[in-house]
Design a protein around this ligand. Structure first.
Ligand code: NAD
Ligand code: WQD
Length: 341
């Protein structure tokens, strides 16, 4: 079974590629390396024993996307390729729209022009589409709200485009996965998250502080209406997240239906405060972290964690790995990265 993985050298993509190869899928990675390195291909080979096919392409370029569809035989697509920085998207909204929405449109155009093939598409969406939900845990019935950032807008827009496309085209079935907060790394510590510059996300900031690249972690806000005053999120191990893509794909492959579109939360169902996460990191890795409390970060929501019963009931997927395992793997990855510098 062949699978095209767009953005397959990125953080979540590379972990998904490893899981796919280990389950016997034939993978074609297509990436423009705008936020990843070709070195990841070697790491994938080191872990799995296989070097997947790789095509350097930019999904914004229609000619390149067309030639990819002509050159390779595939009907299954996992679409990770996107830009993902919320703050960068505020500075460059057009870039985010062109890259994230433009790339999807090009892929859909190619699907449309191959009407004799039936495609399955898994799309990387985000819990950001819910904003600050009124009811917690967040179910898929929670409304998708107007987005605060251009990045969030691209995710909302892409979901809408796919949903409409599936209604009109019988040769595409699709699932959007709304990730909560992916963290951690492969247990080999050969692949993991590679932040560009100063990390904006919590866990890479923690690991870079622990290793001495950053002086101190600032915990953004200590006066939120939560049990310890810090924000609550649902942190999911990247390996569990990777597996949710394979389960979603298998569901579509075995589906005897046309025009199918559905969307699922992918989280653990557990809400963890920033302080709890910091304490757990210190405990499992037997390390003291330098941190202090600062003001709230603009745009942060107080609390988000998933109700994952829909994906469990319909796709039989659930998270199996713990926060401890995720934070242990994140630290092992950071140490491994720095041992080679
Ligand atoms: P990442 O930046 O590590 O990976 C994205 C990959 O896509 C990179 O390898 C990049 O080079 C590639 N890419 C980007 N634009 C491209 C283009 N136009 N053509 C070809 N390749 C392109 O990001 P990630 O954390 O692995 O995220 C993967 C997906 O998951 C993204 O769609 C992201 O929006 C979504 N997501 C991520 C998170 C998160 O916290 N990491 C949360 C929710 C959703
Ligand atoms: C987690 C918590 C921060 C850094 C973002 C995107 C979202 C999604 C995931 C893609 C928050 C706190 C963080 C720091 C801190 N991405 N924090 N000090 O904000 O839930 O979501 O990434 O779709 O769209 O907005 O994740 O890791 O940035 O923050 O105290 O130095 O850690 O305030 O409470 P977030 P995060």
């Amino acid at each position: 079974m062949k699978v095209l993985v767009t953005g397959g050298l990125g953080y979540i993509g590379s972990h998904t590629v490893v899981e796919l190869i280990q389950k016997g899928y034939e993978v074609i990675i297509a990436d423009n390396l705008s936020n990843s390195s070709i070195e990841i291909l070697k790491k994938i080979k080191q872990i799995t024993g296989f070097r997947p096919l790789f095509k350097l392409i930019d999904f914004r370029e229609m000619d390149e996307v067309k030639s990819l569809f002509n050159e390779y035989e595939f009907e299954n697509i996992i679409h990770f390729a996107a830009l993902k920085s919320v703050s960068e998207s505020v500075k460059f909204p057009n870039l985010y729209h062109e890259n994230n929405v433009g790339s999807l449109n090009n892929i859909l155009e190619c699907i449309k022009s191959n009407p004799r093939k039936n495609f399955n598409l898994i799309f990387s969406s985000s819990c950001t589409v819910y904003g600050q939900a009124n009811k917690l845990p967040i179910t898929e019935d929670s409304p998708v709200v107007k987005q605060e950032s251009p990045y969030g807008e691209t995710k909302k827009k892409c979901e809408e485009i796919i949903s409409e496309f599936c209604k009109k085209n019988t040769n595409l079935n699709s699932i959007s996965l709304r990730y909560f907060n992916p963290i951690g790394a492969h247990k080999s510590a050969l692949i993991g998250e590679l932040p560009n510059g100063v990390p904006q996300n919590l866990v890479p900031y923690i690991t870079q502080t622990a290793i001495g690249i950053r002086e101190e972690l600032t915990i953004f806000g200590s006066d939120y209406p939560t049990k310890d005053g810090t924000c609550i999120r649902d942190y999911i191990h990247v390996i569990d997240l990777a597996i949710s893509h394979i389960d979603s794909l298998n569901y579509l492959i075995n589906l005897n239906e046309k025009n199918h579109y559905s969307f699922f939360n992918v989280g653990t169902g557990n809400g963890t405060t920033v302080l709890e996460l910091v304490n757990t990191f210190e405990k499992v890795n037997k390390i003291k972290l330098n941190y202090s409390f600062g003001g709230r970060r603009d745009g942060d929501i107080t609390e988000a964690f998933a109700d994952c019963s829909k994906i469990h009931n319909e796709l039989k997927w659930k998270a199996n790995l713990t926060l401890e395992e995720a934070l242990e793997s994140a630290w092992k990855w950071e140490k491994n990265l720095n041992s080679k510098d």
